[in-house]
Design a protein around this ligand. Structure first.
Ligand code: SF4
Length: 228
């Protein structure tokens, strides 16, 4: 599969405005586009933009079985608040979990293998039907994302749209406040980037909001954005 050059050109021409970008993508790609959301600390803004562009766009949520209960409650609250019509849970294969992580503690001794089992492999299968995937990644989140483009063509030809790539944490906070979006309940407790419960800590005084993810390990990404 390779992205049609005219589609990429049309999308790149709208990359300054997230709502126009997603409206154009929805018009060009229809049901062949999905959004990936963790329903984390900054997810509300991307999802508000999705709802404004087209609330029928499928929103994929990786149901790893390791989320904070607050994230699951927030997922339901936010979907209702924004009127999202198609939030879809993506689960790891039950047999694979039974075989490869029978105790549920794989995260503690091999987090890369755990992310592969619970995120990378299920997402790769779930996104096969889609030509484009929308993410909430931002350049400001981590040094590993410093050159992230708004419209990205992956090696396998899939399009990744990162409408907020150039937005700073301050831009996002201001726009979330302007839109009156509800915050993830753990933000008030110092969590600035929220993933699975065993692998997420409050960011403390660090300038890097993702410093609370896999704290103490060299790991900075779960692999879902580099696998394809
Ligand atoms: S973030 Fe942690 S618990 Fe979640 S899939 Fe990765 S290693 Fe497993």
């Amino acid at each position: 599969m390779s992205a049609v050059p005219s589609v990429l050109t049309a999308l790149r021409s709208q990359s300054q405005d997230p709502v126009r970008l997603l409206s154009a993508a929805s018009a060009q790609l229809g049901k062949k586009m999905a959004v990936l959301s963790s329903f984390g600390a900054e997810s509300a803004l991307l999802l508000a933009i999705v709802a404004e562009a087209d609330p029928e766009i499928p929103v994929l949520f990786l149901q790893t079985g390791k989320h904070f209960p607050q994230t699951l409650a927030y997922r339901a609250e936010l979907a209702r608040f924004l009127g999202l019509k198609a939030v879809i849970d993506i689960h790891p294969a039950a047999l694979e979990v039974q075989e490869r992580d029978p105790t549920g503690e794989l995260w503690a001794f091999d987090p890369d293998a755990c992310c592969r089992l619970r995120k990378v492999e299920p997402l790769a299968l779930a996104t096969l039907p889609y030509e484009a995937l929308v993410t909430g990644r931002k350049r400001s989140q981590a040094s590993t994302r410093a050159a992230l483009p708004v419209v990205e063509e992956m090696p396998d030809g899939q399009i990744r749209l990162n409408p907020l790539a150039l937005w700073t944490a301050e831009d996002i906070a201001q726009e979330m406040a302007r839109r009156g979006l509800p915050a993830h309940p753990l933000v008030a407790e110092g969590y600035l980037s929220i993933g699975c419960a065993p692998c997420t800590r409050p960011a403390g005084q660090s300038a890097d909001p993702r410093s609370g993810r896999w704290a103490g390990l060299a790991k900075t990404e779960c692999g879902i954005h580099t696998a394809s």
